[in-house]
Design a protein around this ligand. Structure first.
Ligand SMILES: [Zn+2]
Length: 84
């Protein structure tokens, strides 16, 4: 058996393997990009972000330390007026 021919064969095999791996990575990146940039993907991202900000945009009542809406003028738990 010719060793040089074997080496070339292994090289071609490795190159084909790497090419397949590369195309798989590109396909995965394409999928993520599509999910982010399509209308549905963007809408889902916006909804998630809105839900997150609605949750985190809260402040603590200075009197009872309950979490209340950032727009509140009066605490719903202890009825303390919130001045701003
Ligand atoms: Zn309160």
């Amino acid at each position: 058996m010719n060793l040089d021919a074997f080496t070339v064969l292994v090289g071609v095999g490795a190159a084909a393997f790497l090419l397949g791996l590369l195309s798989l990575v590109v396909w995965i990146i394409y999928g993520f990009t599509r999910a982010i940039f399509t209308k549905k993907g963007r809408q889902e991202a916006r909804e998630m972000s809105a839900a997150n900000s609605a949750y985190y945009e809260r402040l603590k009542c200075p009197a009872c330390r309950s979490k209340i809406s950032i727009d509140a003028t009066r605490c719903p738990y202890c009825t303390t007026m919130i001045d701003r």
